[in-house]
Design a protein around this ligand. Structure first.
Ligand SMILES: C[S@@+](CC[C@H](N)C(=O)[O-])C[C@H]1O[C@@H](n2cnc3c(N)ncnc32)[C@H](O)[C@@H]1O
Length: 305
């Protein structure tokens, strides 16, 4: 079962118990949603996920509160449009817990895990037609290195990209264990004992699912959906996604976005939110020890003015 990250902090920053509508934009296995519903008898929750299997798992985990829950298989980037069409108003809270769930990671056939032999897939939404195998077997070497460096902070990006190119020239790379073996053979063993393919798998997953596309716009758009005093809480696990969320928060909280050289403010920007977690909240050491997935988590939160 997926163990939700920073649950107490999420409840605190969402201001639970909160009466009214809360949207869990990445419901996953329903861990955070269960905590919210359990602690807040007057909350009605909409849970969304791009992965139909996550929606199935969440519907089982949340069945106790079925009369207060609506689950929807959709991309969170559609929330501004959906809320307009479906009249989701007033929205008291929105939670976004980015990244991957243990349900996805633990299932070998989903192809996310380098420790489990399986097809090189990694799609959150299996109806999309672009898999990790497509990316690995067709992406030009320099572009592959850029993906590995940008989304995986991989120091040995060029070496790995070269090794992938050499291997696929012999035969297409179709499985997780084959890719893990190629990466392990291309780079030195990490002194920190993390598996050599960790960063490569993360980078490829982010690229296959275009996880950063539209994140900034989504954060700005969803904050604007909140009712006064409504809260937005975002959990990130990677420096690039965290930077996009931080920049969106800064934009929302600023009262002027004019270029600095203008002698006088000429924009009509107003402060729209107050940033609550500054600097971002981090998991407690006990939580990281108990749940290594929490290791890189950062929680950012804001309140709508
Ligand atoms: C870290 S898990 C969420 C776990 C959840 N908070 C829990 O407690 O069980 C992230 C989830 O976000 C989903 N996801 C990723 N990108 C998405 C998107 N653009 N729209 C909706 N869901 C997305 C993934 O399928 C995954 O189930």
């Amino acid at each position: 079962m997926h163990v939700p990250v920073m649950v107490n902090e999420v409840l605190e920053y969402l201001n639970v118990p909160v009466p009214g509508l809360v949207i869990d934009a990445t419901v996953g296995g329903g861990g955070h949603s269960a905590a919210i519903l359990g602690a807040s008898p007057a909350t009605v929750l909409i849970g969304m996920d791009r992965d139909p299997e996550a929606i199935e798992a969440a519907s089982k985990r949340l069945h106790t509160w079925a009369d207060r829950v609506e689950l929807l298989c959709a991309d969170y980037r559609q929330i501004p449009q959906l809320s307009f069409e479906r009249r989701w108003w007033p929205v008291r809270g929105i939670l976004v817990d980015l990244g991957i769930s243990s349900l996805q990671l633990d299932s070998a056939e989903r192809g996310f895990a380098f420790r489990k032999p399986g097809p090189l897939d990694m799609r959150f939404d299996r109806s999309s037609d672009w898999t990790a195998a497509d990316l690995v077997n067709t992406t030009e070497r320099d572009e592959m290195a850029t993906i590995l460096r940008r989304y995986g902070d991989e120091r040995f990006a060029h070496r790995i990209a070269r090794a992938i190119e050499r291997a696929r020239n012999k035969a297409p790379i179709r499985s997780t264990d084959k890719l893990a073996e190629i990466v392990a053979g291309a780079i030195p063993v990490s002194p920190r004992h993390i598996h050599p393919a960790t960063r490569t798998f993360q980078a490829i997953r982010i690229a296959v699912n275009e996880e950063l596309r539209g994140l900034y716009e989504f954060v700005v758009g969803s904050a604007r959906l909140l009712a006064p005093y409504g809260r937005l809480v975002v959990l990130t696990y990677h420096s690039l996604e965290d930077r996009l969320v931080k920049q969106a928060f800064q934009y929302l909280s600023s009262d002027c976005v004019c270029p600095p050289r203008l002698p006088q403010c000429a924009c009509s920007k107003v402060t729209e939110v107050e940033i609550l977690a500054k600097p971002p909240a981090l998991p407690r050491p006990e939580e990281v020890e108990a749940n290594p997935r929490a290791r890189s988590a950062r929680l950012r939160a804001l309140e709508r003015w």
